[in-house]
Design a binder for this molecule. Structure first.
Ligand SMILES: NC(=O)c1ccc[n+]([C@@H]2O[C@H](COP(=O)([O-])OP(=O)(O)OC[C@H]3O[C@@H](n4cnc5c(N)ncnc54)[C@H](O)[C@@H]3O)[C@@H](O)[C@H]2O)c1
Length: 259
């Protein structure tokens, strides 16, 4: 098992990619702290892990609040004895014309996606330094963190920022054995996409039903990204298989991004 005996914190683990990673990491032998703003969703993910014989705790967390993040991270460290791996999946997304982007949408997007990753990384690094055993941080950026799309201003700004944050942490803590990398997925059909498919269709002047077939046509590998594609990459970055990699932002786009 790739993560036998490891303690993992995952934010946004009540839904989508975070929930998939929580279950995949647990199957590889890790104990999981399932964190999400949606407490019942976090509870559901943890219950599924426990029902399969895994180890999990859950906690409500708002990643935009330092108090909330530190309470959750400290609880996980106390419960498990340490934090070996921290995966930041909490995120929000909004597709809308630039001139319609309100201050509230801008602030909330940057607060969850970028400040949230910053606060979580600070708690993760604090515990990892205390362990004196290194650690692994994985942040969720996006293909929109490397190549902007129209009508995606706040989201793109936040995801470009996540890559800069990840690189800076990687350089500062490399000699302490802490690795930090980012994943840049293209399109993974998750609840996030269910919420924004209508806005994407409006942007492209198509119907919501036409959106996923359109992606399949335009992505070089001819399909969108699966949960397994994502969890395979997350497991690779979390495990010793990637022990010589830090400061990277890995594309998971079926060939849509080439650098
Ligand atoms: N799905 C995709 O196509 C895709 C592509 C690229 C990047 N991403 C990124 O992957 C991550 C996961 O996305 P997803 O598709 O699984 O989305 P999702 O909507 O299914 O899950 C996001 C989770 O984050 C939680 N969350 C939101 N605000 C929070 C807060 N303040 N504190 C704690 N938790 C909060 C939500 O409750 C939800 O459970 C996001 O960062 C997203 O930007 C997704």
């Amino acid at each position: 098992m790739l993560l036998e005996g490891k303690s993992v914190v995952i934010t946004g683990a009540g839904s989508g990619l975070g929930a998939a990673a929580a279950k995949a990491f647990a199957q590889e032998g890790a104990a999981i702290a399932v964190l999400d703003l949606n407490e019942s969703a976090a509870e559901r993910t943890a219950a599924e892990i426990i029902a399969c014989g895994g180890k999990a705790i859950y906690q409500k967390v708002d990643v935009t609040s330092k108090t909330s993040v530190w309470a959750a991270g400290d609880t996980a460290a106390n419960e498990f004895g340490c934090i070996d791996i921290w995966l930041n999946c909490a995120g929000i997304s909004k597709i809308l014309p630039f001139l319609d982007c309100t201050e509230e949408i801008w602030d909330s997007t940057l607060a969850v996606n970028l400040k949230g990753a910053f606060l979580c990384c600070q708690n993760a690094v604090t515990h990892m330094l205390q362990n004196k055993n290194g650690g692994v941080i994985i942040n969720l950026s996006s293909q929109s963190g490397k190549k902007a799309g129209a009508q995606y201003q706040a989201y793109c700004a936040s995801k470009f920022g996540v890559i800069g944050l990840t690189q800076s942490i990687a350089l500062e803590f490399a000699r302490k054995g802490i690795r930090a990398n980012a994943i840049c997925p293209g399109v993974v059909p998750t609840p996030m996409w269910d919420k924004q498919v209508t806005d994407y269709a409006r942007k492209r002047n198509m119907t919501p039903e036409e959106v996923m077939p359109y992606f399949c046509k335009t992505i070089p590998l001819g399909r969108v990204c699966s949960y397994k594609n994502f969890t395979d990459m997350a497991l690779f970055l979390a495990s010793e298989q990637s022990e010589y990699m830090t400061g990277q932002a890995l594309n998971l786009t079926g060939g849509s991004l080439l650098s």
